[in-house]
Design a protein. Sequence first.
Length: 277
Amino acid sequence: MKQRNIFSATLLFVVSMIGSAQLLVSPAWAAAPEEVNAEELGFNIAARSDRSDRGFGDSEAEMTMVLRNAAGKESSRTMKFTTLEIPDESVGDKSLVLFSTPRDIEGTALLSYAKMLDPDDQWLYLPALKRVKRISSRNKSGPFVGSEFAFEDFTASELNKFSYTYLKEEPCGGLQCDVVERVPRYESSGYTKQISWVDTTDYQIRKIEFYDRRGSLLKELIFEDYRIYEEKYWRPHRLIMKNLQTNKSTDLVYSEYKFGVGLTDKDFVKGRLSRLR
């Protein structure tokens, strides 16, 4: 799953195995418009995007986080982001973020197990305190290490975590995009809804708008510099999260993507967090 990875993606109805197979064989966007409702079409567009990059197994990437305040002053942090894909779509992927700089947060790590309708499991290791802290569901909407990304933005955007509604098709940055509303189906989300723009060429997410618990537009996430790996895995190399209420922003700049590096479940265990460097 992409981070999807926020990053992965920020990217879910529970469907039966028969229903999933029917979606793949007879996608709704191929049917006559009068035969497809907005919810079904929205789900199918999201499923097409999600499944276009499946099968990578595991991956790692170097990442720089650039935090920018309302006055434009910047600070940066570097980290490694690793992901273990879980083939079963009813089970979420696992991910790990490990900070290397600056020195005061070196060794800080966030381990995430994405869930569907249950709250994601997340643990934060704080070297200064030498302890692992579990992130409670009510705190997942809070800022991650002072950035404009929330804790819930740092888990895989699993397909079946949302319900979908197709809104329209429109131009987006020189491409055509399907615009789809997705509403979190899991409890304690900091968002009432998200609006995503998915390009109709490579089926990748180009932008997401996030609406807060009052229904007001809170943030906008832009995906830039997509590159393809191994002729099938698309990954953005820059994510820009803009807080439209505070005028702060955070960039995530990725480099050195590697796939099939041999990661297993043992690399994503809470007990290992204090030993990571």
